[in-house]
Design a protein around this ligand. Structure first.
Ligand SMILES: Cc1cc2nc3c(=O)[nH]c(=O)nc-3n(C[C@H](O)[C@H](O)[C@H](O)COP(=O)(O)OP(=O)(O)OC[C@H]3O[C@@H](n4cnc5c(N)ncnc54)[C@H](O)[C@@H]3O)c2cc1C
Length: 392
């Protein structure tokens, strides 16, 4: 049997390969980077329970492996200009936790090991530069001219997807104003910050900019929301972070910065998740881009991967068309949801900011106001068949 080819060994490509193996199909995974590459930063920290279940269906025991390494906090806290407006501690769940938090590089480590155990064949340092589809299959061309033929290709080659571009499939959507700075900081051993997710509106320690802190195994991620007219070099370099970080988490972390990056809110969905011959299936960031708030990127990418493997196993044009329709609908749902979160986080209308201020003032007597401030930054949750939801 000709193997199915997956392009890209990010979390979504690895999941797709694992899902295809679970369907009993041979898989070759082609990745542009070398085998010993180093992946940057924490990035997608948050793995939802639905995603854990999906991964466990692909590889029984994988969810337990990931959750025993990741961290689950039971307290969520929201502050407004230095004053707490919401705090809730949930009892530890029995069974699978509602989520687990670990750096994307660690999630990828678990996925890769599972792929190796499942017999996925890897082609490292193999960059795909050309794609040709026909009613009977796909030909891929590598940088060195080598060709691969397959009946189906799952394209998980990320935001700048060569496969998507070669098929001339457009990304449709918008790019937000302003930028965020994201910083990974290592814990101080024996003096770890409390295990809780904290969102702080208009933090007085950093000139009234909003900040979120999310724990992961070994440290925490800080997300600083800059103003539209903030110069990137004033907040987004490692030197700049050393200046503002103490105002947010206290002294003692300047030498513990692991990674600094900036990003802008992108909400984009591919015009189609497949080619006209229904032979290539786009998944993950090759098919959609969402902002980190709401944790929709990797989580919905893994749902794409599972759906793609089912369609390939069914082996019909209708199944692939069904995959493309359902996952694109999920992408559009997630894009809308991220837009709602964005309207809250970066309000264009003064009334939204006034409403937030009023809710903060009323929160001590009206808990629903604190609850709204707590939940709104992540957008609406749920919405089958999408995988969506807030950071707990
Ligand atoms: C700051 C930040 C925070 C985030 N937080 C979250 C979060 O909390 N939760 C969440 O769900 N998501 C989050 N995300 C998004 C998440 O990181 C992405 O959704 C995820 O990396 C996408 O995975 P992917 O496998 O689709 O693509 P990628 O991880 O980009 O992997 C694509 C792979 O394809 C390879 N490749 C590219 N081109 C080729 C080619 N031509 N040939 C062969 N191989 C190729 C690349 O080398 C790469 O290995 C965050 C992102 C950022 C930047």
């Amino acid at each position: 049997m000709n193997p199915v080819i997956v392009v890209g060994a990010g979390p979504v490509g690895l999941s797709a390969a694992l899902a295809l193996r679970a369907q009993g199909l041979p898989v070759v995974l082609l990745e542009a980077d070398p085998e010993d590459r180093e992946r940057p930063g924490s990035r997608a920290l948050f793995v939802h329970r639905e995603t854990l279940r999906t991964l466990d269906d692909m590889c029984p025991g994988l969810a337990a492996e990931i959750t025993s390494y990741g961290r689950t906090w039971h307290t969520r806290r929201t502050l407004y200009r230095g004053r707490e407006v919401y705090a809730r501690t949930f009892p530890p769940p029995s069974g699978l936790p509602p989520f687990t938090s670990l750096r994307q590089v660690d999630t990828e480590r678990f996925l890769r090991a599972a792929c190796e155990r499942a017999g996925v064949e890897f082609g490292w340092a193999t960059r795909i530069v050309g794609v040709d589809t026909s009613p009977s299959g796909v030909t891929l061309v590598g940088e060195d001219g080598q060709e691969w033929n397959a009946k189906y290709v799952v394209a998980a080659d990320g935001a700048r997807s060569t496969v998507r571009r070669a098929l001339d499939i457009a990304m449709e959507g918008v790019r937000g104003e302003g930028f965020h700075v994201v910083v990974d900081v290592a814990d101080v051993p024996d003096a770890e910050l409390p295990l809780e997710r904290v969102f702080h509106y208009e933090h007085p320690g950093v000139g009234g900019r909003s900040v979120m802190r999310v724990p992961f195994t070994g440290g925490f991620q800080v997300d600083l929301q800059c103003r539209d007219d903030d110069p990137e070099e004033a907040y987004g370099t490692e030197d700049a972070v050393r200046e503002w970080l103490p105002g947010v988490v206290g002294e003692g972390y300047a030498d513990r910065i692991l990674w600094v990056s900036t990003y802008r809110f992108l909400r984009k969905v591919a015009a189609s998740f497949t080619d006209p011959h229904r032979r290539v299936l786009l998944v993950g960031e090759a098919a959609h881009l969402f902002p980190p708030f709401g944790a929709r990127g990797m989580n919905s990418g893994i749902a794409d991967a599972a759906a793609a493997a089912q369609a390939v196993a069914a082996g019909t044009a209708d199944a692939v068309a069904g995959f493309a329709d359902v996952r694109r609908a999920a992408g559009l749902f997630n894009s809308e949801a991220a837009g709602v979160a964005l309207d809250h986080l970066r309000p264009r209308r003064r009334i939204v900011r006034l409403r937030q201020r009023a809710a903060a003032a009323l929160a001590p007597v009206l808990p629903s106001c604190g609850s709204w401030l707590e939940h709104a930054p992540y957008g609406p949750r749920g919405g089958a068949p999408a995988v969506a939801g807030g950071k707990y």
